[in-house]
Design a protein around this ligand. Structure first.
Ligand code: NAD
Ligand code: TDX
Length: 339
């Protein structure tokens, strides 16, 4: 087994978003010797408040665009790794306007790979299970690292493109890179455009939750803290050039997740609306995490979904000032789309 990589000064792109900020909190808590420079453009999805309370001598925020080559040139020296979370991340938005998805997800990843090539930085690329397309509800198979790429949406096709760039930059230029493809995350700091926070904050606002299509689509849920621990394990002990799938055996239909939210929030089981389906809506995602478990010994700690959901609902109850300012605008956008 190769010597572990010991990072001391890392750049975390997208560290003011949902998963990136949870990762920064995890690093600050679990690896206090590491300095983190967060590089974030603060789009509608980025909020510097997500980093509140972190020690300023260990976590620094640089507001900027991953497509800004000059900025990357200035930032790279002195750092030893880039952990790349920054992306346009919402499928529904990508259907309305794919433009920022191509720019940030494809061009942005290319710019970061180029700076890693010039300065010999370690690169970890955070990607999604959606690059593999979808599965039928009754298929016994789950996604495996070597499955063919079959992305369905503008979002997932740009993530697939970025993964392919990483693979090529590793093979051709020897960039020390790894890729992780994770399933659907839940937990604190997730934008209210996404499924679980949207329904929870709808109930808190006295608005009925909205279910797409027939509600039978399946997602494989993982708590974002388990994702953070896996990313750290891959960054420090993963084999260069490899792809690791991150998942916690959490397959559930959207209808079941919504039923659990309604029950936990004291609502009748039928207190939701059926709305227009997402065009091209992927049916089912499911991750086989065997490689991550066997090679790196990673295990999820949040194995009780009901408990994780309760904690997440409590977080949104207790942090209304965090989500309230963006709720109305998010719902107005959905209303235009009939969703
Ligand atoms: P998010 O939308 O909550 O956050 C994205 C962050 O990136 C924001 O802080 C935003 O300001 C920043 N950003 C966007 N464009 C930028 C640019 N050009 N330059 C610098 N910063 C920019 O996303 P998320 O849900 O936290 O997802 C993070 C990563 O994890 C993404 O790469 C996503 O594809 C991947 N992922 C997400 C999930 C999920 O369930 N949410 C699952 C698997 C993989
Ligand atoms: O109001 C809703 N009603 C509904 O039924 C919303 C917002 C969603 N849905 C459905 C669509 C999906 O089947 O719920 C499921 C989850 O939707 P999202 O939260 O939008 O997630 P998804 O499209 O599955 O993608 C997520 O996981 C993979 C992340 O947003 C991606 O960034 C990640 O790559």
């Amino acid at each position: 087994m190769a010597e572990p990589f010991v990072p001391t000064n890392i750049i975390v792109t997208g560290g003011c978003g949902f998963i990136g900020s949870n990762f920064v909190h995890h690093v600050a808590r679990a690896h206090p010797d590491v300095h983190v420079t967060v590089l974030d453009k603060l789009t509608y999805a980025g909020n510097p408040a997500n980093l509140a309370g972190l020690p300023p001598e260990r976590v620094e925020l640089v507001v900027g665009d991953i497509c800004d080559e000059g900025l990357l040139e200035r930032l790279a020296p002195g750092h030893d790794a880039i952990v790349h979370f920054a992306a346009e991340s919402h499928n529904d938005n990508s259907i309305e306007d794919p433009d920022p998805f191509v720019r940030t997800n494809v061009e942005g990843t290319y710019r970061l790979l180029e700076v890693c090539r010039r300065y010999d930085l370690r690169f970890h690329h955070v990607s999604t299970d959606e690059v593999y397309g979808d599965l039928a509800l009754d298929e016994p198979r789950r996604f495996r690292p070597d499955d063919p790429y079959r992305p369905s949406s503008p979002y997932s096709s740009t993530k697939a493109s970025s993964d392919l760039l990483v693979r090529a930059w590793h093979r051709t230029y020897g960039v020390r890179a790894t890729i992780s493809n994770c399933s659907n995350n839940y937990g604190p700091y997730q934008h209210v455009e996404k499924f679980i926070p949207r329904q929870v904050t709808n109930v808190l606002c006295g608005v009925r939750p909205k279910l797409y299509g027939d509600g039978k689509n399946v997602r494989d849920w993982i708590h974002t803290e388990d994702h953070s621990r896996a990313v750290w394990d891959i960054l420090t002990r993963g084999r260069l050039g490899e792809t690791y799938l991150i998942g916690a055996d959490g397959e559930r239909s959207n209808r079941d997740v919504l039923a659990a939210i309604l029950e936990r929030m004291g609502q009748p089981a039928d207190a939701f609306d059926w709305v227009r389906d997402r065009p091209g809506h992927d049916r089912r995602y499911a991750i086989d995490p065997t490689k991550l478990r066997e090679e790196l010994g990673w295990r999820p700690l949040h194995t009780d979904f009901a408990e994780g959901l309760d904690q997440t609902i409590s977080w949104y109850r207790e942090n209304e000032p965090w989500w309230r300012p963006v709720k109305e605008k998010t719902e107005a956008r959905y209303a235009v789309q009939g969703q």
